[in-house]
Design a protein. Structure first.
Length: 184
């Protein structure tokens, strides 16, 4: 009954683009990684008219990761390079309209889970980091707030990594995202 009521309720389409900062700091066998800023693009759907709404989405994310390797003979000399990690996120959120359902101005809060699928890694010749070194699926819990002004949206979201990002090393990927979008 709940799904049928959501299916016939108001649906808002919210395409968006943004920047993200990833908090990944892991020591692998031969080198260390440190995540940096990246970008994202995707969309969310807002399902429901009342105080509560569902907000599933699909987002493409690109992270830049800095790779470090100390040389065996001298700890002060190290190799450094950057790579790009691409992933697809499918956040499943529940939201609250904190200021009601106004068409002109609104503040909302969301929270939920985010399955992440790692699509690929740009391999660098100086480092042996590939797609196989990462877990194919990871999961995160996210919270966020957003502001709607007319048909524009600004959202800030923080995702806390719940599973290890690397296949053979511990370390979770925490991501802060700020995005701008439109709502239809």
């Amino acid at each position: 009954m709940f799904l049928s009521s959501v299916a016939f309720s108001q649906v808002t389409f919210n395409p968006k683009v943004g920047v993200n900062a990833s908090g990944l700091d892991t020591k692998l066998q031969d080198f260390s990684t440190e995540a940096r800023v990246g970008w994202n693009a995707g969309f969310d759907l807002r399902l429901g008219e009342g105080f509560f709404f569902l907000q599933p989405g699909v987002h493409y994310n690109s992270y830049t990761a800095r790779l470090f390797q100390n040389l065996d003979m001298n700890e002060d000399i190290r190799l450094e390079d950057e790579t790009t990690i691409r992933s697809l996120k499918v956040p499943l959120n529940v939201g609250l309209r904190l200021t009601g359902n106004s068409r002109f101005f609104g503040i909302h809060a969301v929270g939920g889970i985010t399955p992440n699928y790692v699509m690929g890694v740009k391999e660098q010749p100086s480092f042996a980091l590939s797609r196989e070194d990462l877990n194919e699926w990871t999961f995160g819990a996210n919270v966020g707030v957003g502001l709607d002004i007319l048909f524009f949206t600004v959202d800030a979201n923080y995702e806390i990594g719940l599973s290890d990002y690397f296949a053979d090393a511990s370390g979770k990927n925490n991501v802060f995202t700020v995005s701008l979008g439109l709502k239809f």
